[in-house]
Design a protein. Structure first.
Length: 257
């Protein structure tokens, strides 16, 4: 009798493990599909993701091979490339209305800042997100549509969002294709969506990209000035015009955004 009870107990444990693994597998696939399907709708650029791995038992997860494309008209292959990013969430919060993410850690991203001294690719993507989510927040917003809120998905709370070890590739199309690679300062965002309403995935994306664009623009300002001084492959008149454009446009492009 004891042997049968032991066997049933073991079978129950095995079945439970299989159920958790199956749920985890389908959840991983759903996250990947969601990012690749709904991400482009708010950013208006192509988004690709290699894989997602999430453990429902520990709450730990990893995202690999994230590539965010560039808006139409920009020449560089992508705006953001992330080899890997880790996250930690509170498993029990998956059953509630708001998922609590303890931390998101994006390691060694490759950020491309492409500019023609009038605008840049990151700012364009950010503008696309603001348009899709109802503006930058400075203007009065219409009363929320409950149907749209339902479609927006689960709300989030992110205790800590860290971007570390990033490389910034600055590409200036008006300076004969001149470019430079710089080290992006670490970015840390805390206590996002801690209120009762939380934040949506789109709002989290906007906050993270806004911080990246601001840091990249500040860092790129000096690089663009240096590239303007040492521009090669241009005629004498074109070089003079390029330096003039840098001198006149650098404040508006980078410091007043």
């Amino acid at each position: 009798m004891k042997k049968w009870i032991l066997r049933i107990g073991i079978a129950g444990v095995v079945l439970l493990i299989l159920v958790v693994v199956a749920i985890g597998f389908f959840l991983d696939a759903a996250i990947k599909t969601g990012i690749e399907t709904f991400g482009p709708k708010i950013t208006q650029v192509e988004i690709k993701l290699e894989s997602v791995g999430l453990s429902l038992l520990s709450g730990g997860g990893k995202i690999k091979g994230l590539v965010v494309g560039n808006p139409t008209g920009y020449k560089t292959p992508s705006a953001i490339q992330v080899g890997s990013a880790s996250l930690s969430l509170q498993p029990s919060s998956l059953l509630g209305d708001k998922v609590r993410v303890r931390s998101i850690n994006v390691q060694n991203p490759e950020i491309t800042f492409e500019t023609d001294l009038r605008s840049n690719n990151l700012k364009k993507i950010l503008n696309n997100i603001e348009t899709a989510t109802g503006g930058s927040g400075t203007a009065a917003k219409p009363a929320p549509d409950k149907t749209q809120e339902a479609k927006a998905g689960r709300k989030l709370q992110v205790d800590e969002f860290i971007i570390s070890g990033g490389k910034l590739h600055v590409s200036v199309t008006t300076l004969g294709g001149q470019s430079a690679t710089l080290t992006l300062p670490d970015i840390q965002l805390k206590d996002l969506g801690t209120g009762p309403d939380g934040i949506t995935g789109a709002e989290l994306t906007k906050l993270a990209l806004s911080a990246i664009e601001k840091s990249a623009a500040e860092l790129a300002a000096k690089a663009v000035t240096d590239l303007g001084k040492g521009a090669t492959g241009l005629t004498k008149d074109a070089n003079k015009a390029a330096n003039s454009a840098v001198t006149k446009g650098i404040d508006n492009l980078f410091k007043k955004q």
